[in-house]
Design a protein around this ligand. Structure first.
Ligand SMILES: Cc1cc2nc3c(=O)[nH]c(=O)nc-3n(C[C@H](O)[C@H](O)[C@H](O)COP(=O)(O)OP(=O)(O)OC[C@H]3O[C@@H](n4cnc5c(N)ncnc54)[C@H](O)[C@@H]3O)c2cc1C
Length: 349
């Protein structure tokens, strides 16, 4: 088993992410099938994290304080109430908090706070520790980690995958999992119909440094224009813009301003914190913004891509369902709505 990575493993979108496991608060109208998948994966996280920690010998800092979603004005509160009713109608466990109740949980929240939702099941994990642990577990299990080794193309013979080419060499393989994130559409060698319809969705993020012994906050906090995820080492991840700009790698003044202003309106005390990182990442967004998992219709080619804004959340269920598919050729019910063939144009009989 080998993993080909043209840079350093886990340093794509998975490095830029905030690590929120937010199946509940991410729920949007019209995405019921995705909500089921997100919730199933969310439920798997505690066991997955424990197994990964055992296999890698390191912690991934799964934090289970839950998430607060804020309304800072009366208009915001009306929108928040709409979200709250929608989440409750889907059976998501959310609690409505007055400003005073929210401030009991997070004392540094803005004095202008109007109301908040508390979502006890929307946790977070340190995604950088997760990818580091995954690479350790992979090599410990005998996997060959080939970093700085780009895949030039997938090799095919008589309509089936026979391996891949990298640096002029052919690496034979019975099965290839296409998991190149926002670049998944660009991998050469596949027939056009087999290229997953994935585009990059740019996200700018930054990190502030809190005193880990006296952090400004413990929960993940979502405000109108920014969310904040506090790490145990004191880093406060502030994210993220959502931009349709292809692979534009630039941080912009407007992007940083929106994030800092959004975070500052929620927790004014961030104003004193040093900025320790700014970064752009590219979410792999599919045509319907849902992942593309499992069967490709081509012998030997399996998809694990298109995870868009929930790739960290969806890690456990993707790992389980893709492994199951490779071992048995069966598609788990949970991922059946996310097969690639949903994009095929059907001609009327
Ligand atoms: C700012 C931001 C915040 C986010 N926050 C969250 C969050 O809080 N929670 C959550 O669940 N999700 C979040 N996401 C989404 C999540 O990060 C992605 O869905 C997930 O990381 C996608 O993982 P991936 O492995 O498919 O892609 P990536 O992590 O991008 O990995 C793809 C890898 O493929 C490699 N590659 C590409 N082409 C080739 C080639 N030809 N040969 C070899 N290697 C190649 C790349 O170098 C890259 O390392 C966020 C994303 C962004 C950008």
């Amino acid at each position: 088993m080998a993993l080909f990575e043209r840079g350093k493993a886990g340093h794509g979108a998975s490095w830029a992410a905030a690590g929120m496991l937010a199946a509940g608060l991410e729920a949007e109208p019209g995405e019921q099938a995705l909500l089921q998948l997100n919730r199933a994966s969310q439920a798997m996280w505690p066991d997955f994290a424990a197994e990964l920690e055992r296999a890698s010998g390191m912690s991934v800092n799964l934090r289970r304080e839950g998430t607060l979603m804020l309304a800072l004005t009366r208009d915001d509160a009306a929108r928040l109430k709409f979200n709250f009713d929608f989440q409750r109608s889907l059976g998501i466990d959310v609690e409505w908090l007055t400003a005073g109740e929210a401030r009991k949980r997070e004392p540094y929240l803005s004095p202008h706070l109007a109301a908040a939702i508390f979502s006890p099941d929307d946790h977070q994990v340190d995604n950088r520790l997760v990818v580091t642990a995954l690479t350790r577990a992979f090599t410990a299990a005998g996997g060959a980690l080939r970093e700085d080794t780009a895949v030039d193309e997938v090799a095919m013979t008589d309509g089936r995958v026979t391996g891949l080419r990298s640096g002029g060499a052919l690496h034979p393989a019975d099965t290839i999992v296409l998991a190149a994130g926002a670049w998944s559409h660009e991998i050469a060698g596949l027939p056009p119909a087999a290229k997953p319809p994935v585009r990059p969705v740019k996200g700018q993020m930054l990190a502030l440094q809190m005193d880990p012994a006296a952090p400004l906050m413990r929960h993940v906090v979502w405000a109108a224009k920014a969310y904040m995820a506090p790490r145990l080492d004191g880093r406060l991840i502030v994210g993220a813009t959502v931009e349709e700009r292809g692979f534009d790698p630039h941080l912009t003044a407007g992007g940083m301003l929106a994030l800092l202003e959004g975070a500052w309106r929620a927790i004014p005390g961030i104003e004193e914190l040093p900025i320790v990182e700014q970064r752009v990442g590219f979410r792999p967004g599919s045509r319907d913004d849902a992942p593309i998992l499992g069967d490709s219709g081509i012998a030997g080619l399996v998809y694990a891509t298109g995870h868009y804004r929930n790739g960290i959340l969806l890690t456990p269920i993707t790992a389980r369902a893709v492994a199951h598919y490779i071992m048995t050729s069966e598609t788990e019910t949970a991922i059946a709505p996310f097969r690639h063939d949903r994009f095929r144009v059907r001609t009327p009989a």
